[in-house]
Design a protein around this ligand. Sequence first.
Ligand SMILES: [Fe+2]
Ligand SMILES: [Fe+2]
Length: 290
Amino acid sequence: MDSKTILKKLDRIDDLPTLPFIAMEVNKMLQDYDISINKLTKTIEKDQAIVPKILKLVNSAFFGFRSKIGSISHAVVLLGFNTVRNAVVSISIIDTFSKNKEALEGFDVAEFWRHSLAVAVISRHLAEKTRLQLPDDSFTGGLLHDIGKIVLFQYFQDLFKKVWTSAKENNLSFYDAEKKEIPITHARIGGYLAKKWQLPESLTDAIKYHHALSKNANNLNLLMTVHVADIIANSFITDQKNKLDFSLIYPDAANLMKPQLETVSEWFPEVSEKIESACQFFDIGEGDLK
Ligand SMILES: [Fe+2]
Ligand SMILES: [Fe+2]
């Protein structure tokens, strides 16, 4: 199966995760210049199950707003359309993809989400400190960066197993094993889905290029933020005394984020607590996040 066939198969899978109706609607609305606060609020409020979750998220310490937000319209006025969309998309994606929690020879979906949330919280932190990028776009980019992995796991189990086994046997990263064993990567699958879901191009590119940075990406700063956060999460989640391997970081990104990269061990404990509360918020099981 070549990469085109895989993407075509993705197009034909009927039970392919779609973003919940509400998230699709909100994404579509945000492409429209005429959107009004009232219209967006009404659309979100159609889904009464999501309203309390959004309010809880926008008031949470790890998503991070200082004033108390009491209603969707208040959230839209105070935070803006884009942030509210990010909240809706984040909640919808986790709801949609964390149901299938079975493990496959060591791959555990809860563990996957812990990594994704770690990258989300670290990306947000980097964005706040560097001011290179909007913090909540960075959170959503981090949360979604590896989404192609879960799609590979759920819909192409043979390919997934091949990669998973090869990564373990040859001591490779998942991405390097993909390049060795199968004609597509989780980054490409994730980017493809993000486009299908009509997410903004900046997010689509952050997913698509997080392992192989492209200067042509729609928002290079967002992409670099997620890329660096991924590397930090991989090195520090299991052991905060680890040293960062700078050779893994795209040189422009390493330069731009130098002050943050040089002080990771100082700020990581605080960020780690936020990761923990994000996992609790989204009801992702306990893990080795110390
Ligand atoms: Fe990845
Ligand atoms: Fe990752």
